[in-house]
Design a protein around this ligand. Sequence first.
Ligand SMILES: NC(=O)c1ccc[n+]([C@@H]2O[C@H](COP(=O)([O-])OP(=O)(O)OC[C@H]3O[C@@H](n4cnc5c(N)ncnc54)[C@H](O)[C@@H]3O)[C@@H](O)[C@H]2O)c1
Ligand SMILES: O=C(O)CC[C@@H](O)C(=O)O
Length: 525
Amino acid sequence: MPKVLISDKMDPKAAEIFRARGVEVDEITGKTPEELKAIIGEYDGLAIRSSTRVTQEILDAATNMKVIGRAGIGVDNIDIPAASAKGVVVMNTPFGNSITTAEHAIALMFALARQLPQADASTQAGKWEKSKFMGVELTAKTLGLIGAGNIGGIVAERALGLRMKVIAYDPFLTEERAIELGVEKVNLETLLARADFITLHTPLTDQTRNILSAENLAKTKKGVRIINCARGGLIDEAALKQGLESGHIAGAALDVYATEPAKENALFGTPNFISTPHLGASTTEAQVNVAIQVAEQMSDYLVSGGVTNALNMPSLSAEEAPRLKPYMALAEKLGSLVGQLAHGPLKSVAIETEGAAAELNQKPITGAVLAGLMRSYSDTVNMVNAPFLAKERGLDVREVRHDREGDYHTMIRVTVNTDEGDRSVAGTLFSDAAPRLIELFGIKVEADLVGHMLYVVNEDRPGFIGSLGSLLGEEGINIGTFHLGRRAAGGEAVLLLSIDDNAGPDLLNKVKALPGVKTAMALAF
Ligand SMILES: NC(=O)c1ccc[n+]([C@@H]2O[C@H](COP(=O)([O-])OP(=O)(O)OC[C@H]3O[C@@H](n4cnc5c(N)ncnc54)[C@H](O)[C@@H]3O)[C@@H](O)[C@H]2O)c1
Ligand SMILES: O=C(O)CC[C@@H](O)C(=O)O
């Protein structure tokens, strides 16, 4: 039974779902990195929010880890390249807390416009400072969105309902989507110059880090109010403080900080500054949503191989997964066969599908071929990290889906190109869904690719099979299955034998010494 650790505070629904789906679960929160490292090796899955940092070190200790699920959106607390390199799927729940976070941004906008926290504190202190808290209306004001994805889009909708004018800077926002949202697409300079309120809704990337730098803050309209419910690091906090103190910036409300937890921050106590402790996603509804979603997604993956909302792997629904399973087994075996047989550095790989295989999601088939192919280079390769490894090695990967009807109801062909030219293998699924090789380097040969195998290329001449059989008998090697193919009578022939043990170098040398043998190799599947 797969085992998952929930290491951040999460709605109890998550554990309920894991258990109901046959996944064992431990909830252990508040561990230090060292403590987490000591226990993480036991688990196949890790479910987190934003407190647990999944670093290279944690991943190194996570020897059984298959999937990390983030109950939320931002994955900047996970070292995704390190997880990918280890073959660990990283998933998030991209929509479960969007409305809640958008509402928090709107709440902070109102709080800034009417200085609600300050007015509350003053009134409860018995001061009744009615004239001190003169606010501004939102109606007819311009809201500048930096980032108009899921959350930015919802904020825009709500702001339009408040009769604000919404302008958006987002290099990936199409004109069509901007029209659909009812926002005006502008460049950053224009947004800075025109917005009365600016709200940030981008991830933290190399492009967005410090997007509200000292220089950009200086370009904002005097009296601007700024809201950040996205990520700390998007705003230069020192420059923001200066802007608030000088009065150029009329107010700022932050939910997120460059360093979290922000138990201390230079902004605290600055006039017109409002602060919440990363509460954007903190509503009952959002936490139930993300807990359910993360547990369902992770269970699907651990139990049936379904992949949803993965950041380092193509999606594969839980319904598709069982249909694809035998094809992926075939694809992996073909990749492995050609990887073991091809000599020299691989330059490209083409994966062709025909018949039923061509109607399926191709990405998992490609991932499985690459995993098989790369196994010769890495013991830890799987479908998740194989495409990354292939890319790292500069391997050109091509998928071709054929419409044509072939001899088989379904077929996958894998062709690799090396210094020796193209080498191709093809396979099919028999009615029992068992993968079978049907062609090897242009020679028709039908074989199961299982366990230890001996691959021999020889000249097709009478008596050869007998002499090979005698040699194996003398060496005490038991033959399981025997598959034979030849290019033409008297031409090149291929033998694939399944044997009980690995063929060691001594045996291979003896096989190679038999008359007419061109190649002999041990294969393993
Ligand atoms: N405070 C919280 O508790 C909380 C809760 C949920 C999400 N978040 C954060 O909110 C952010 C937005 O989430 P989302 O679901 O809307 O993400 P999203 O991916 O749907 O949208 C992000 C948008 O940013 C845009 N973008 C990317 N690079 C940009 C750039 N250089 N300049 C301008 N725009 C750029 C993208 O095109 C996209 O439209 C994320 O960082 C997420 O982690 C915070
Ligand atoms: O889990 C949380 O409380 C914060 C989540 C939020 O930052 C996110 O990116 O989804």
